[in-house]
Design a protein around this ligand. Structure first.
Ligand code: UDP
Length: 382
């Protein structure tokens, strides 16, 4: 009855399903264990009418014309300009650390330090903190030490339970030292939030002839995966030879037979206030204090600036232990964990027409635009 089965309805699954149905004329079943579509980008109005991101703030940004155009088929955009400040001992400083931050921190010394930075790295450069720390110039080292201690160290300890030197350098490299006066968190050409939210975007994407969506449905209740068997994929008990696009956690598909893949999880603490605004920016990072990493105030993100009242969320990082109700958000990429992932991947490598896609399934730190692009490519190649 189906040509393809897609496990998960976040960006990976939804884009793949739409492409297979629209471009290849396939009949596609999308299965999601949650009671809603959209994966961790799911958003909804809360009881006060404020559009909240239930699984933490997701902000779209890309330099890819292709991705921007593709998503624009399903939504108009609210041109939100995402700026983040760090709350550093009560003072708010722009993050990423940029030339404005430099001026606020170093005052009269800033012009000299700015020249030094620009001479070494070039105007507009994006310098990973770990790279700046390795520089031999004493003054550059002093700046690096300030940024490391005040922006990265404690935030990263909270987020990952490890210091920036102990985690994949690509993670701290996401937030560089920026040699410009651009206070935006992202410098990509296109950025914004779906005008009416992510969930309507997903509804429109999945509302297409040939796509069926089953919610509240655990993958394992419809699919049986046994790489060694004559029929490695059974759908509702019968051999299935169509495509399976799996976007969930791969270890759990195999009952964690080689051990659990480590992920970081988060607890979200929402609170509503009867006041116009709670904080100065959409996101404030707590880089030297508190147990939470950041506070998001949603009305900035949704553009509902005139609504009375405001809703915020605090993010408390925690390990993922696989208990009921816990959600894996971030792969913890290092040699050991990536090696374990490779063993699971090898299992599915033997199954014809079985594909892994997305943050969980590929054990990778994808942004929205990167996974949309991957999903377009994968579906296009099937
Ligand atoms: N980071 C930090 N301090 C900050 C912002 C980021 O130490 O104020 C580090 C931290 O390790 C974090 C990583 O940079 O996990 C990537 O940050 P990003 O904002 O991209 O994280 P995401 O929004 O994906 O959770």
């Amino acid at each position: 009855m189906y040509d393809s089965i897609v496990i998960g309805s976040g960006f990976a699954g939804a884009v793949a399903a739409r492409e297979l149905a629209e471009q290849k004329g396939q009949r596609v079943l999308v299965v999601d264990s949650r009671s809603h579509i959209g994966g961790n980008c799911y958003d909804r109005p809360d009881e006060y009418g404020i559009l909240i991101h239930q699984y933490g703030p997701h902000i779209f940004h890309t330099n890819s014309e292709r991705v921007y155009r593709y998503l624009s088929r399903f939504t108009e955009w609210y041109e939100y300009r995402h700026e983040v400040v760090g709350n550093i001992y009560g003072r708010e400083l722009p993050i990423p650390f940029n030339l404005n931050t430099l001026e606020m921190v170093y005052g009269e010394r800033a012009p000299h330090l700015e020249r030094l930075l620009v001479e070494n790295f070039g105007e507009g450069a994006r310098v990973p903190i770990l790279e700046l720390m390795n520089h031999e110039d004493a003054e550059l080292q002093e700046i690096a030490q300030y940024v490391y201690e005040n922006i990265f160290l404690k935030y990263t300890m909270k987020q990952w339970g490890k210091s920036p030197k102990e985690i994949d350098p690509a993670v701290s490299g996401r937030v560089p030292v920026l040699l410009s006066r651009d206070n935006r968190y992202f410098q990509d050409k296109y950025q914004g939030l779906p005008l009416h939210g992510f969930t309507p975007l997903f509804e429109k994407m999945l509302d297409f002839e040939g796509i069926d969506v089953r919610l509240d449905c655990e993958a394992k209740t419809v699919l049986t995966i046994a790489p060694e068997a004559e029929h490695p994929v059974l759908f509702e008990g019968a051999p299935f030879t169509g495509n399976v696009i799996f976007t969930g956690a791969l270890d759990e598909l195999f009952d964690c037979r080689f051990g659990r893949l480590p992920y970081r999880s988060l607890r979200f603490d929402f609170e509503h206030f009867d006041r116009q605004f709670y904080q100065s920016h959409g996101v404030v990072n707590y880089t030297v204090s508190e147990d939470f990493t950041r506070i998001t105030e949603f009305k900035y993100l949704s553009g509902q600036l005139d609504l009375p009242g405001t809703t915020i969320v605090r993010e408390y990082p925690m390990p993922y232990q696989g208990g009921g109700g816990e959600i894996p958000y971030y792969a913890i990429n290092n040699e050991e964990n990536d090696g374990l992932f490779a063993r699971y991947k090898e299992l599915v490598g033997r199954i014809p027409n079985f594909y892994l896609l997305g943050r969980l399934a590929e054990y990778k730190y994808y942004n929205i635009d990167a996974i949309v692009e991957r999903a377009l490519d994968l579906a296009g190649n099937l």
